[in-house]
Design a protein around this ligand. Structure first.
Ligand SMILES: Cc1cc2nc3c(=O)[nH]c(=O)nc-3n(C[C@H](O)[C@H](O)[C@H](O)COP(=O)(O)OP(=O)(O)OC[C@H]3O[C@@H](n4cnc5c(N)ncnc54)[C@H](O)[C@@H]3O)c2cc1C
Length: 380
């Protein structure tokens, strides 16, 4: 016999990642009694992401600058290690002390009034009248959010859409690498080592660089091979690995359906990750925030079903899914080397990295042409 759970909440969020914590914070600020559970022992444990924030995230969420490092450009290398430098005036990326950043998001949600429980795994939920009882936790909620990442158990249990296409990413945190420009993201195109994506070296916070790569499943990332390849470019003489990160990145686009009565998916669980750049933090934060307000409208103010309310704002990534199909085609490495310094590839790369809206953006053309004029003036 199952009794009535001891504690009742308006909203239970499964997963204290970017999407879940922001959702909980906004829901609590809207006055919902909110619970977050996560199976990890603490907020900064088992980080799986590189944690780069794009400028738009930095502006919207105002994360403390002491947890970040500002990076102003991208050095894009071809398979033969020739490179082109990309930048956009006023644009930057933030490398982050990701464990500390997750702790900060967690504290912000707690300060707003959400109850956050680490070391608590979601083990299923059952409908019980107007409530959803959380198995094994003696808790129940009027609404459930699945913010539980790429292989969402909430999606599975409630018959929602599941992610089916993935990249596999792996990354080492390394102290003591020398000889790289610390104001650039170093990105490597290599269809043999990183089919379907790229490899990277990110100058991180506190003297740690992040060396990683991702590739289309079922290929496996080979970090040793990447390190061997870059041995002539950077100085690994004093390098020491101090940590590891990695995991699945869903790149098949938004799952369908993303909600059911009383249940809504956000972030990676909903497949809201750019299929092209594989960046998902921006969209995880945005979807968590939107979900919170849609649920608060629904529970408190007679709003429409939250899944319907967020549907238009959850991105579809139509052209990015098409570009992913192109990236997945086998392209000879030599072709990338040939195209690297040409205007078409620079236009495309500049548009992807600096979030210009499409290849027809006047600012994008101005930046590529402007840069060419300057380069010519310098005789490069
Ligand atoms: C190697 C790698 C590098 C990446 N680099 C970047 C980057 O630099 N910039 C960027 O924008 N994006 C990056 N991404 C993508 C980005 O990290 C994700 O899109 C983002 O973290 C999604 O946030 P989320 O909150 O939806 O999910 P997650 O961050 O995955 O959080 C899900 C949470 O749910 C918890 N959970 C899961 N199952 C359960 C359960 N059964 N019970 C309780 N808790 C559960 C997990 O412990 C976790 O805390 C990267 C991804 C990978 C794998």
């Amino acid at each position: 016999m199952t009794g009535t759970p001891n504690r009742s909440f308006d909203l239970a969020v499964v997963g204290a990642g970017f999407a879940g914590l922001v959702c909980a914070r906004s829901a609590a600020l809207r006055g919902l009694k909110t619970l977050v559970i996560d199976r990890r022992p603490e907020p900064g444990a088992r980080i799986r992401t590189t944690g780069i924030l794009v400028k738009e995230v930095a502006e919207r969420w105002e994360v403390p600058s002491r947890l970040t490092r500002r990076i102003h450009g991208v050095r894009l290398y071809g398979p033969g290690l020739g490179h082109v430098d990309l930048a956009s005036p006023g644009y930057y990326f933030l490398a982050t002390d990701t464990p500390a950043l997750m702790s900060w998001f967690s504290r912000e949600a707690g300060r707003a009034g959400a109850e956050i429980r680490f070391g608590r795994a979601y083990r299923g939920a059952a409908r019980n009248g107007a409530w959803l009882d959380l198995h094994g936790l003696d808790r129940r909620a009027r609404f459930l959010v699945g913010a539980d990442g790429p292989r969402s158990a909430v999606a599975r249990d409630f018959g929602l859409g599941r992610n089916r296409e993935f990249l596999i990413g792996a990354e080492a945190e390394i102290e003591g690498i020398g000889g790289f420009d610390g104001d650039k993201l170093h990105c490597f195109i290599d269809p043999a080592l990183a089919p379907g994506y790229i490899a990277w070296l990110v100058p991180g916070v506190g003297g740690v660089a992040q060396l990683g790569l991702a590739c289309r499943a079922p290929h496996r990332p080979d970090l040793s091979a990447l390190r061997r390849k870059l041995a002539g470019l950077f100085d690994f003489g004093a390098a020491r690995i101090v940590g590891w990160r990695g995991g699945l990145i869903p790149v098949g686009g938004r799952v369908r359906p993303h909600g059911a009565p009383g249940v809504l998916l956000v972030g990676d669980a909903a497949g809201i990750v750019s299929p092209l750049t594989a960046g998902g933090i921006h969209t995880a934060l945005d979807s968590g925030w939107r979900a919170a307000h849609a649920i608060a409208d629904f529970l408190g103010d007679g709003g429409v079903d939250p899944a319907t309310a967020v549907a238009e704002a959850y991105p579809d990534f139509v052209w990015k899914r098409w570009l992913r199909r192109l990236i997945d085609l086998p392209v000879p490495a030599a072709l990338f080397d040939l195209l690297l310094a040409t205007p078409p590839l620079r236009l495309l790369a500049q548009s992807i990295y600096f979030h210009h809206r499409g290849l027809l953006s006047p600012r994008l053309w101005q930046e590529v042409v402007w840069r060419d004029d300057r380069s010519r003036a310098r005789g490069e």
